[in-house]
Write a protein that binds this ligand. Sequence first.
Ligand code: UDX
Length: 455
Amino acid sequence: MENKIPLSVVGLGHVGLPTALGLAELGWQVTGVDSDRDKVTRISGGQVPFYEPGLQELLSKHLESGRFRPTEDINEAIRSASVVFLCVGTPQREDGEPDLTQVEAIARTIAQHLNGYKLVVEKSTVPIITARWIKKTIQRYARATAPVAAGAGVSNANGEAEAPALDVASNPEFLQEGKALKGFLEPDRIICGVETEKAREILTAIYQPLKRPMVITDLTTAELIKHAANAFLTTKISFINTIADLCEAVGADVTQVARGIGLDPRIGPDFLQAGIGYGGYCLPKDLRAFIRLAEEHRVDFDLLKAVEKVNEQRIDYFIKKIRQVVWVLRGKTVGVLGLAFKPGTDDIREALSQKIIDRLLKEGASLQLHDPRAMANMQRVFPREAGRVSYCASPYEAARKADVLLLVTEWPEYRELDLARLRDAMEVPVLVDGRNLFDPHELRAIGFEYHSVGR
Ligand code: UDX
């Protein structure tokens, strides 16, 4: 069956596009579909609509190779494929529940186009039992729309048209923005929740070229693995941030504590970077959803509620730190380095920078903002405002005549800055580093008043 199964990826966002191009890179024939016409036009023209390292090159390569075909025609994308990967958004509703409207709508559309066997693979992060709902929805609406599917369907004993065979699988994605392609092409593990041998065989064949460990489970277990992984990562971050508070109180160094505990393979060194907390489109939203899910099933997960609370308090912590350093914020000029929710992306969704900017503006400060990639996105949220909000072409410009400089996102290029030039640009050389990017000794030796997190 290798490389002969036609695949479709529904949703060409931060997960869908790297997935589609990653599958094309593995040799599969992939149709990518998105309901946003502008997005499809841009992608068809060879332009990635967001910043993700390496993706642009891969898009050009597979438009050229013909292995990736973007379209806005969802009906055709479903009819032409045997395996349909669902990578549509599951945004958070106001009440904190995930909004599954898009997932449900696609399930109903699939139901109308069951022109042969389909394996529907859920990749979006969704609450447990969503896969079962997808299956139920497809089966329910397939029956209601039997004439459409009848041509390729089979008949039951009564001679009525039956929808062709259908499988649903859960194949959660663990990719991190900024490292999406590496995450797809060199995953630590591939999780597949399946119900049938056929679904297992197909997914094993699809991912076989990666030669990475596969964990095959039932549907619900696979869905739970995704939730548990994200929840554990946030727990690590909130844990080390609380250790950072303790370090500040007793005069210890959190970066050394992280190194000291991280070398224990039972703990591991990753996700022990203390700072101003976790942001982004996934971790905060997924943790909230997981807490709600546990509550719904009457499981007491107070541990995760504490993780969330610690994270929410990080912004207060950071603002308080800035206030302790500059005293009065009203009328002060504050330079901000880094707006993206983390380095390597132009994504500002649930970025802590947004909360920090909002708070500083309310306190009456003027802001000079810089980011290597995310300024265009941030300008849509905080437009330029004479004397209050400006976007700067370089970090040095953001530092110009500033009373304090904040490091909010640890872009590696900031580590390469000419620190003497940065110091000279400022009104007073004060730097508050929310991500522990710089070496305190170096900064102080150069004449900065330097403050960081937990050391
Ligand atoms: C995350 C998960 O890592 C990924 O597996 C899942 O598929 C989607 O959600 P992503 O949102 O791309 O990925 O970002 P990630 O690299 O996990 O960082 C999330 C946030 O945590 C960032 O704001 C980052 O600055 C923060 N973080 C991360 C820390 O504060 N400390 C750390 O040690 C690591």
